[in-house]
Design a protein around this ligand. Sequence first.
Ligand code: NAD
Ligand code: UDP
Length: 353
Amino acid sequence: MSRRVLITGGAGFIGSHTCIVLLEAGYDLLVLDNFSNSSPEALARVASLADVPLDGQQLQIKRGDIRDPITLDELFSAAAASGRPFEAVIHFAGLKAVGESVEKPLFYWDVNVAGSRTLLAAMDAHACRTLVFSSSATVYGYPETVPILESAPIQPINPYGFSKAAVEQMLADLNSGTPNTWRIASLRYFNPVGAHPSGQIGEDPLGIPNNLFPFVSQVAVGRRAQLRVFGSDWPTHDGTGVRDYVHVMDLAEGHKAALETLLSQGPQHLTCNLGSGDGASVLDVVNAFSAASGQGIPYALVDRRPGDAAVTIADPSRAADILQWRTKRTLTDICRDGWAWQRANPMGYRQSE
Ligand code: NAD
Ligand code: UDP
């Protein structure tokens, strides 16, 4: 019988790609999502790409909120009563916009921290104690050394980063307070980008994108006039900021690797960077995307964005050692697949709703 996994936030960018990888590996999934930052259409496309029925046994869908203990209790109870309990949870549901987190800190503490606490309490009550958690490289704040090891100081610089660090701390407390009980992986993603190679699912930000990749894609497709490059005087090879961009399909495979590591090993709390170990500057991204799309990407060099670091690059060796996972896809692959998604869906999922 297939292993069954609860995926919170599974309709979102990283969740939808992870669902495909897990469905193709034979897992049965239940996606819990309130669709506050995603579209049900993403799951319809996941079902079609993975060749499973929509809302059937392999991919069930529940609209609901991780902060609602009744919804969670009903889900876990129904799963147990059906004889197909959840063996694990992959917890993507959360908020991720740094600027919004500064403006609405209570909202971020509520969804990201209180929501995770509510989920953990339900998991504990139903004896489902295997969790893969979406953390972020943002917990490192301004890194003191690059590439960044997991042992680097945790020093967030905004409410979003604090909310992720708080959940990691909650998980560490749970692991030390109830030893030999929980199997937990906190995955610190670097910069997730790209799309499924089919071009059918991808990142679909609401409004004007804050992040580089969706902005560049929207300039390439003609939705935005030009990119503003935040800072050309950083201490980097071309003066623009350097990041560790990870193809979302590599990231999706990283979740499968983490899940299988936890299911095959004993209780533990693992913390792993998910990054490539390579850095690309803003202008490297502009040039690679322009080459992949055949489109010019007009840009203007402007002042630095407050809160930015010059360089953020993962040391990915722990994930390689423990999860047997490393990135396989290049910046060229990222741009090709990101462009396939953007070109086929210039308005994201909305055009097909
Ligand atoms: P996303 O916004 O595309 O996906 C999050 C999903 O969670 C969405 O489908 C949203 O509707 C859902 N959701 C939000 N609040 C919910 C709630 N209260 N109850 C139920 N569902 C809810 O984001 P993503 O890029 O796929 O990120 C997934 C996770 O990874 C998030 O926790 C995010 O903080 C983390 N993360 C993302 C990045 C990134 O750059 N994308 C980097 C590091 C960490
Ligand atoms: N960036 C930029 N213009 C934009 C958005 C981002 O020049 O419109 C730069 C940003 O300053 C950083 C890099 O692109 O150097 C990646 O930014 P993003 O917001 O995607 O990721 P993060 O800074 O959160 O790692």
